[in-house]
Design a protein around this ligand. Structure first.
Ligand code: AMP
Length: 289
């Protein structure tokens, strides 16, 4: 399908039929689920898929199930013409843009939820219905797409970890691929929600990455226990007047369980609000043996 054309489908039946046809011809399918308003972070996932798979599908769906009342569902930024151009430039072959009623023609009675610290802590604690909404829509997308590789950003570390676990637990024919976080020159992770930032908030927001880097440095220097490292990150973010800290944590990189001693593969994770924008970020670090 590598003829440079971008085909856009908005029905489940059409996408399923096209991907079944491609697989029957021996071509491998790569899927990049997104909520649109694409930036180079999304672009890097599409490029990774284009490098490994024969047919690359980018899905654009602002999933109501993963937003709680009072969150930014209605305000979530959208720009389909720009998204199409970016997806095409990065190597997508298919854009899947289902309307809400195509994905959820009836009120949903079946949801998927993944238990454990991976969904219960941090984002799961701050947004109690969020991960079940994500797991449900991703399970649906996997069911629609069929056997494939699916690409997720490490920027949403809990999300990619949860999706990997869901695919394993439910024997889904999907290989979940995690891709590194793409950042602005000053370290701010690219996010569709950065558009909400005022210039002053934008200037303040890189404090998240600075705190993470300082935390990782403290881990490498053995300046434990974990509570001290987390406390250091918290202080640094709280010292920024435009940031309202939500959490700063040190967790096991795979289980997301809290840790005490600095041992093994760790993940440092932070979230804070800057005005209208709630931003998250994380970084991986290996504790010295
Ligand atoms: P979203 O549209 O925010 O739901 O994100 C769709 C996918 O893009 C998710 O797998 C995200 O983790 C990934 N993503 C978002 N921002 C970035 C980034 N800055 N770098 C890498 N991947 C990202």
């Amino acid at each position: 399908m590598k003829d440079g054309a971008l085909r856009t489908f908005d029905t489940v039946a059409r996408l399923r039929a096209v991907l079944d046809y491609e697989r029957a011809g021996g071509r491998r399918v790569g899927v990049v689920p997104t909520m649109g308003y694409l930036h180079e972070g999304h672009g890097s996932l599409i490029e990774a898929a284009a490098a490994a798979d024969d047919v690359v599908v980018t899905t654009i769906f602002v999933n109501p199930l993963q937003f709680a009342a009072g969150e930014d569902l209605a305000a979530y930024p959208r720009d389909l013409p720009r998204d199409s151009a970016l997806a095409k430039r990065c190597g997508a072959d298919v854009l899947f843009t289902p309307p809400v009623l195509e994905m959820y023609p009836e009120p949903v009675q079946t949801t998927v939820s993944v238990d454990g610290p991976v969904t219960e802590r941090m984002e799961g604690a701050s947004r109690p219905t969020h991960f079940a909404g994500v797991a449900t829509v991703v399970a649906k997308l996997f069911s629609i797409a069929g056997p494939c590789r699916a690409y997720f950003g490490e920027k949403d570390w809990q999300q990619v970890t949860m999706v990997r676990r869901m695919a394993r637990d439910l024997s889904m024919p999907v290989e979940v691929v995690g891709c590194p976080t793409i950042r602005e020159h000053d370290g701010l992770a690219l996010s569709s929600r950065n558009v909400y930032l005022t210039p002053a908030e934008r200037a303040a927001a890189p404090v998240l990455y600075r705190a993470l880097r300082a935390g990782a440095q403290a881990v490498r220097a053995g300046e434990g226990p974990a509570s001290v490292v987390a406390g250091g990150m918290r202080c640094q973010i709280e010292a920024e007047p435009l940031a309202q800290l939500d959490y700063a944590e040190v967790a096991d990189a795979v289980t997301l369980a809290p840790v005490d001693e600095l041992r093994g593969e760790l993940r440092l994770l932070v979230a804070a609000r800057f005005g209208r924008a709630r931003l998250i970020d994380n970084i991986g670090v290996t504790a010295p043996v």
